[in-house]
Design a protein around this ligand. Structure first.
Ligand code: MG
Length: 276
């Protein structure tokens, strides 16, 4: 059963969540706080379609595009390398001989960097302010939760060197006890492992832990640890309202609450931590 609060600022999916218990918070980075990499699908999908159109036994371009769209959607939230492993498999299925998945990952990163370089440069030079490159209200929410004495961790499936740079450009480091990203050795790293490490090192269990994310990994892991999972169903391109596809997926993963963004975070916090 779900209901919309009178202010419609957040949607309660699980009315039984405990309140007044939060001590630790995990934030996903891309799509939850940062919009620097917004639009990555428009880079990855055409790149893969182009590559698959060069295989000997390819279908029509619209059919290939449908295949790619579906598997990209289904692997969103996993590390990029897994999407490239899938690409290599799809090349092989169509009679092509794929490169190592890392080759495709590097190509994709180069193409993506072209798109986001202006955003990064703008932030570096001060032409763009951090508030223009985050989910609405995210910076205020992070400050508020930090000021309430909650230890915050940033967890991302994007390579750690990029996460550290981009988090710094958005002014986030002072509010976080730890910032974690992916390592090159993908077999020894996953967002799931980062989240589980944060949970284990801090002996987090149950409703002391809250997590904010737009991907199924962080929602599922938080629920497995008995924590409270807040799903951000942000419409990234318009920066307003709920993305219905994300909302359905987050609810299916076990999200306790759905928010379009952090604009009404204070209302949520008051609901979760009535004593604060
Ligand atoms: Mg995300």
């Amino acid at each position: 059963m779900s209901r919309i609060t009178p202010s419609e600022s957040f949607e309660i999916i699980n009315p039984a969540i405990p309140r007044g218990t939060v001590k630790f918070a995990i934030f996903d980075f891309d799509g939850t706080i940062s919009l620097i990499r917004e639009g990555w699908q428009q880079i990855m999908i055409p790149m893969m379609v182009n590559i698959l159109m060069q295989t000997p036994n390819h279908e029509s371009e619209p059919d290939i595009e449908q295949v790619v769209r579906t598997y990209v959607a289904n692997t969103t939230g996993k590390q990029t390398i897994y999407q490239m492993i899938r690409l290599a498999e799809e090349i092989e299925k169509r009679g092509g001989s794929p490169e190592e998945p890392l080759v495709y990952k590097n190509l994709y990163h180069d193409l993506l960097m072209e798109r986001i370089i202006n955003r990064l440069q703008g932030l570096r030079e001060g032409r763009i302010t951090p508030v223009e490159m985050v989910v609405p209200g995210a910076l205020e929410a992070v400050k508020q939760i930090h000021n309430a004495g909650i230890a915050c961790f940033l967890a991302s499936g994007t390579d750690e060197k990029y996460v550290l740079d981009e988090a710094a450009l958005l002014g986030l480091p002072p509010y976080f006890a730890g910032i974690y990203g992916a390592q090159d050795d993908y077999r020894n790293f996953s967002k799931r492992m980062v989240i589980q490490r944060i949970i284990q090192e801090n002996h987090l269990q149950g409703p002391e832990l809250i997590a904010f994310g737009d991907g199924y990994v962080e929602i599922e892991d938080t629920k497995t640890a008995g924590g409270i999972a807040i799903g951000l169903a942000t419409d990234e391109a318009n920066r307003f309202g709920v993305d219905a596809w994300k909302r359905d997926r987050l609810i299916a993963s076990g999200a306790d609450i759905i928010m379009p963004d952090f604009t009404h975070f204070s209302d949520l916090w008051q609901y979760l931590m009535p004593e604060d």
